[in-house]
Design a binder for this molecule. Structure first.
Ligand code: 6PG
Length: 478
């Protein structure tokens, strides 16, 4: 075979990645369950580069140079296993199967281990950037063996987005590391989106701005420290008018946010790792709450404050406060994500370079932002940064924003406008900032009802108080 890479699964992501490889001079073998898609790709885009269309699994494998590199772009879950079962028997030791779907990292670990027994490299790879990213340059997060990256890495780097000449692709770590990091990316994506949604809601219901005016505010923010793809597209969505009704587009869309599940996985995994990713969790919960029509029906109209849009003079100052609340909350959300990467890397022994993750998210992916340059710089200065808030510049920004941030959260509560992600971010900040936490009381309660013991602040050891006995003597247990 002559093709340097093969792509099987030619729905929009697979098709665009195949075209991206071809545009970069690689010969690309094509395969799809139904051959019509393969033919359509060649008919529509054949002029863009060298494609080798194939119809059977055997022809597809035969079209590839060795070691073979097969990129699988099918729906995550059962279909991925089916494709692996179809192709693995046709492969030889040293060949590489790349899964570019949004697979759960535990599935990737299982698949990698199984294929490794047969000498086949399995590279679970995060790919972010949607359709356009896949074609023009995504952010790519490959896991799998370091050996597989030697031959595969240069090709992935070639088709990835570039920032300051650096590719938005790096070897994340062994087995499921790539898909884990992509999952956390999506958790952060959910948090970013929810924070932006809350900012919009407050600007509209408390600030009294129209969607068109809010689009303008977001455009302004996009020239500052919030500069990001998500802020940019938010302005586009808010400025859009529905053609059939003439109303703001945002007013004719059903207000129930859906999810394919990667945000939920982030939170499920965080619970297992013991990571308090509260802002990401609130973003996932906000989506599910929006979809519970039965609950919304039961609560709708219950008495409570009604937001009254403020006078224009005040709304300008309010918009500035919302920018600060959004920025501070964003730092917290990212800090939660980075902490989760640190802990995942430790638990699974992946040795993930956290600074490199920031670097490859500067471009191509959905959360791409000027802000990622800042995180990347912070890790360049201090590769073992334990938290973004341990970076003096971030700490200054967040502490500097907090008066506005507190005021926005207070205003939201007083006005009856939900701001779960803003509030969770602020509570997280205050929790970790506090000298003492009421966790001490929780420990006391646990010891009272379950003899679960506690530690003392003044001397080492494990203690239990005999709560049921008169005198409530304390016994040291170890
Ligand atoms: C990306 C996105 C992408 C994700 C969709 C939908 O990085 O390109 O994260 O991978 O699948 O945006 O996600 P939800 O349906 O869960 O919102």
């Amino acid at each position: 075979g002559t093709a340097q890479i093969g792509v099987t699964g030619l729905a929009v992501m697979g098709r665009n990645l195949a075209r991206n490889f071809a545009r970069h001079g690689y010969t690309v073998a094509l395969h799809n369950r139904t051959a019509a898609r393969t033919r359509a790709l060649v008919a529509d885009f054949g002029h863009e580069g060298a494609f080798v269309p194939t119809e059977t699994a055997a022809d597809f494998v035969a079209a590839l140079e060795r070691p073979r590199r097969l990129l699988v772009m099918v729906k995550a879950g059962e279909p991925t296993d089916q494709v692996i079962d179809e192709f693995a028997p046709l492969l030889e030791p040293g060949d590489v199967i790349i899964d570019g779907g949004n697979a759960h990292f535990l599935d990737t670990r299982r698949r990698e281990a199984r294929l490794r027994e047969r000498g086949i490299h399995f590279v679970g790879t995060g790919v972010s950037g949607g359709e356009e990213g896949a074609l023009e340059g995504p952010s790519i997060m490959p896991g799998g063996s370091a050996e597989s990256y030697e031959s595969l890495g240069p090709m992935l780097e070639a088709i990835s987005a570039k920032v300051d000449g650096e590719p938005c692709c790096t070897h994340i770590g062994p087995d499921g590391a790539g898909h884990f990091v992509k999952m956390v990316h999506n958790g952060i994506e959910y948090a970013d989106m929810q924070l932006i949604a809350e900012a919009y809601d407050l600007l509209r219901r408390v600030g009294g701005y129209t969607p068109i005016q809010i689009a303008e505010i977001f455009r302004t923010w996009n020239t500052g420290r919030l500069d990001s793809y998500l802020i940019e597209i938010t302005a586009e969505v808010l400025a859009h008018t529905d053609s059939t009704t003439g109303k703001p587009f945002v007013d004719i869309v059903l207000d129930q946010a859906e999810q394919k599940g990667t945000g939920r996985w982030t939170v499920q995994t965080a619970l297992d790792l013991g990571d308090p990713v509260s802002v990401i969790a609130q973003a996932v919960f906000a989506r599910s709450a929006s979809g519970h029509t039965d609950l919304r029906q039961a609560y709708r109209g219950l008495d409570g404050p009604t937001a009254h849009p403020m006078a224009t003079a005040d709304s300008n100052a309010f918009a500035d406060q919302v920018e600060q609340a959004l920025y501070a909350s964003k730092v917290i959300a990212y800090d939660q994500g980075w902490k989760m990467i640190l802990d995942g890397s430790r638990d699974y022994d992946w040795s993930i370079d956290q600074g490199a993750v920031a670097r490859i998210w500067r471009g191509g992916c959905i959360i791409r932002a000027a802000f990622l340059n800042r995180i990347s710089d912070a890790y360049r200065q201090r590769p073992d940064l334990p938290s973004l808030l341990a970076d003096p510049a971030f700490a200054d920004e967040v502490t500097g924003a907090q008066d506005a941030w507190r005021s926005v959260v207070a205003t939201a509560a007083a006005s009856g406008v939900p701001a779960p992600a803003f509030s969770a971010a602020l509570a997280y900040f205050d929790t970790l900032r506090a000298g003492r936490l009421p966790a001490a009381l929780t420990q006391g309660q646990r010891d009272f009802f379950g003899a679960h013991t506690y530690h003392r602040t003044d001397r080492p050891g494990v203690f239990h108080t005999l709560w049921a006995e008169p005198g409530r003597a304390e016994v040291q247990q170890s």
